[in-house]
Design a protein around this ligand. Structure first.
Ligand code: SAM
Length: 283
């Protein structure tokens, strides 16, 4: 690729696209599951694509990794055991391990090549991989959750690709039943739930499938994520009955640095825009 050039992801569902000016292709690999490409951009650091979809940039991944972990972990009364399904770039694992009360964090991604590429091109995201509390597995998250011991997990984080290909089975009742069974009674499931601007129907469908699996309370939290379609993303939390009051004092007193997440950001995200609240039956 001759510099400078532009790399685009077309998002056909929304008739939109995102582009980054890039200097060169750094690496690519076709794994048994997906094609992983890494580019060096002029202004956003390294960029990872999986099957042509933007996954991670050096510049903006903190928004996603912080919002996929801290709201759920500060909502749980005392999270000790955390399971991350997907998350192969290891950024979510790093955020989870910032919580000193967490005693074990298992990351199960289907594709080892994602982690190997992250180790080379996003080493900052992998800086906690050697933590004694971390266990990094390479397996299908569907199987992992199906075999997970009942009533054994405090928080399940599903940091997956879009609901196509290997991730398709991470958005249905059967998978959510596995999560429900693995979670303790006060446990929390949190899943990346795509764009609230153009994929509200998907969020509604996810929450309906979670409901069929036995979850009874839901909370969708929007947040900015420039490299993803529409630049506005979300995570959806599900519980077995409890609400979503979070440990605000603990969040305010947190001993670790974040670039985006704060207690006020958390509170703000809980106040859904009217069109989203209405669509999700909360308005
Ligand atoms: N932030 C990204 C997003 O919101 O699209 C997700 C990043 S992470 C790299 C997505 C990961 O999900 C990939 O590493 C992929 O290998 C993993 N994945 C997809 N299907 C999976 C499955 N069935 N079990 C475990 N991991 C899976």
């Amino acid at each position: 690729m001759t510099a400078p050039n532009w790399l685009y992801e077309n998002f056909d569902t929304a008739g939109s696209a995102i582009g980054f000016r890039v200097n060169k292709t750094l690496d690519e690999v076709q794994s048994p599951f997906q094609k992983i490409e890494i580019f060096e951009s002029t202004d956003w650091g390294n960029v990872m694509l999986i099957d042509g979809a933007m996954m991670v940039t050096t510049r903006d991944n903190f928004l996603y990794h912080e919002m996929m972990s801290h709201p759920a972990l500060f909502t749980h009364a005392n999270p000790k055991t955390v399971v991350i399904i997907g998350g192969g770039d290891c950024g979510t694992l790093r955020e989870v391990l910032r919580h000193p009360g967490v005693e074990k964090a298992v990351q199960c991604d289907i594709d080892e090549q994602v982690t190997r590429m992250a180790e080379k091109y996003f080493p900052e995201l992998c800086e906690s991989n050697g933590d004694a509390r971390a266990e990094i597995l390479f397996d299908d998250g569907i199987a992992y959750m199906a075999n997970c011991a009942p009533n054994s997990v405090d928080v399940v984080i599903v940091d997956s690709t879009d609901p196509v290909g290997p991730a398709e089975g991470l958005f249905n009742k059967a998978f959510f039943e596995s999560c429900h069974r693995a979670l303790k009674d006060d446990g929390i499931l949190v899943q990346q739930s795509e764009s609230p601007l153009v994929l509200l129907d998907l969020i509604k469908a996810m929450r309906a499938e979670m409901g069929k699996a036995g979850f009874t309370s839901f909370q969708t939290l929007p947040f900015p994520q420039p490299c993803y379609p529409t630049g506005w993303w979300s995570c959806t939390l599900a519980r077995k009955g409890q609400g979503f009051e979070f440990r605000e004092a603990d969040a305010r007193a947190k001993a670790f640095e974040t670039l985006y997440y704060t207690a006020d950001i958390h509170k703000g995200a809980q106040s859904l825009p009217p069109f989203v609240a209405k669509a999700l039956g909360e308005g």
